[in-house]
Design a protein around this ligand. Structure first.
Ligand code: NAD
Length: 315
C-alpha cells in the first residue's frame, strides 16, 4: 500500500500550475516553514496562529493574515492544520466547530501528530458534513520542513489522498498512503517511538565514549559509518558542537520539543495497551523523556535527552 511519489510525474499538468486558496492554521516550528514553502510555490495562503508574531512572519513572506481560524477557512479550497496534539485538533474542529465553517467542497489535511482515535473521530465528523479529510502527519524535522523534503504519511480515502498530493509535494519529497483514516497516525507513532529509542540510545553511547576519553565528533563520525548509524548520527547529533545546524549546537532551541516527543511516546503506549502489544523499549524511552521533562526541559529540543547522561556536555 505504501506508495512513494518522489518524482514529478506530470510536470506540465494544468492542475499543478493552478494557484490554490489554502488556509494554514498552526505556524510553529514545523507549520511556519511548511507554510513558507506553499507561499513560495505560488499558492494563495491565509494563515492563523494564536501567536501574532508567528502570523507576522508569514505575512511578510506574502501570506494574508486572518483574525481567527473561522475567517481563515472561509474561502479556502484546502485547509491545513499543524497543531501540537489531539486536544488542540479536536477542540478546533469539533468543539469550536471549525468544520461548520469549511466549505463542503474543500479538502482538510491535518498534519499534526495525534492519536489515531482522534484522527478518525474528526475525519468521521468531516465526512458527516460531506467534507473530505485526511490525516497526514510528517517526518523529517524542522530541517526537512524548511528544505521542503518532509515525508508525509497519509491516512484516508484514495481519492482524497490523490487530491492532497499536488499540495503536499510542495512541502515534502516522500508521500506515503498508509491506509484508511487514522492509518497515517499509526505509522507516524511507530516511527516516533523508534526515533525516541534511537535518540536516547545515541545519547547513551556518545556519553559512554566521551566518559572514556573519546572526542564526541570523532566517535560520531565513526558511528555514522558503522553499524550503529541512524538519523541522529547522520543529521541530528545530540552532542553540542558536533553538527552546527543541529538544535544541540543552538542551545537545544527550536526543533522537536521534549514534551512533543513525550506525547508521541504516550500515544505509542496507548496504542500498545489497546492491542496488548509489548513495547518495553518504547516504555523505557517514554520514562526517560518524562524524567527529563519533569526536570524542567520540556520545551528544549528532544535531543537534549543527552543531558540525562551528562550534566555538562562539552562544547
Ligand atoms: P509548535 O508547538 O512549535 O507549534 C504549534 C503551533 O500551533 C504554535 O505556534 C501554536 O501557537 C499553534 N496553535 C496551537 N493551538 C492553536 C489554535 N487553536 N489555533 C491556532 N494556532 C494554534 O509545534 P511543532 O513543533 O510545529 O509541531 C506541530 C506538530 O507536528 C506536533 O503534533 C508535532 O508532534 C508534530 N511534529 C513536529 C516535528 C518537529 O520536529 N518539531 C516533526 C514532526 C512532527
Amino acid at each position: 500500500m505504501a506508495v512513494s511519489e518522489q518524482h514529478d510525474a506530470y510536470p506540465c499538468s494544468p492542475r499543478r500550475q493552478t494557484m490554490t486558496r489554502i488556509a494554514f492554521i498552526g505556524l510553529g516550528n514545523m507549520g511556519a516553514p511548511m507554510a513558507h514553502n506553499l507561499v513560495k510555490a505560488g499558492h494563495d495562503l491565509t494563515v492563523y496562529d494564536l501567536s501574532a508574531s508567528a502570523v507576522a512572519q508569514l505575512t511578510q513572506a506574502g501570506a494574508s493574515a486572518a483574525a481567527d481560524a473561522a475567517s481563515a477557512v472561509a474561502n479556502a479550497e484546502v485547509v491545513i492544520t499543524m497543531l501540537p496534539a489531539s486536544l488542540h485538533v479536536e477542540r478546533l474542529y469539533l468543539e469550536d466547530d471549525l468544520l461548520g465553517r469549511v466549505a463542503p467542497s474543500a479538502l482538510v489535511i491535518d498534519c499534526s501528530t495525534i492519536s489515531p482515535e482522534s484522527a478518525r473521530k474528526v475525519a468521521e465528523a468531516a465526512q458527516g458534513r460531506g467534507i473530505a479529510m485526511i490525516d497526514a502527519p510528517v517526518s523529517g524535522g524542522t530541517g526537512g520542513a524548511a528544505a521542503g523534503t518532509l515525508t508525509f504519511i497519509m491516512g484516508g480515502d484514495e481519492a482524497n489522498v490523490a487530491r492532497a498530493r499536488p499540495i503536499l509535494e510542495k512541502m515534502g519529497k516522500n508521500l506515503f498512503h498508509a491506509g484508511g483514516a487514522g492509518a497515517g497516525q499509526v505509522a507516524k507513532i511507530c516511527n516516533n517511538m523508534l526515533l525516541g529509542i534511537l535518540m536516547a540510545g545515541t545519547s547513551e553511547a556518545l556519553a559512554l565514549g566521551v566518559a572514556n576519553g573519546l572526542d564526541p565528533a570523532v566517535l560520531s563520525e565513526i558511528v555514522a559509518k558503522s553499524s550503529g548509524r541512524n538519523w541522529a548520527t547522520e543529521l541530528y547529533n545530540p552532542w553540542p558542537g558536533v553538527m552546527p545546524q543541529a538544535p544541540a549546537s543552538k542551545g537545544y532551541a527550536g526543533g522537536f520539543g521534549v514534551d512533543l516527543m513525550l506525547k508521541d511516546l504516550g500515544l505509542a503506549a496507548e496504542s500498545a495497551m489497546t492491542t496488548r502489544s509489548a513495547v518495553p523499549l518504547g516504555e523505557l524511552a517514554r520514562n526517560l523523556f518524562a524524567m527529563h521533562s519533569a526536570g524542567g526541559s520540556g520545551k528544549l529540543d528532544f535531543s537534549s535527552i543527552l543531558q540525562l547522561y551528562t550534566r555538562a556536555p562539552q562544547k
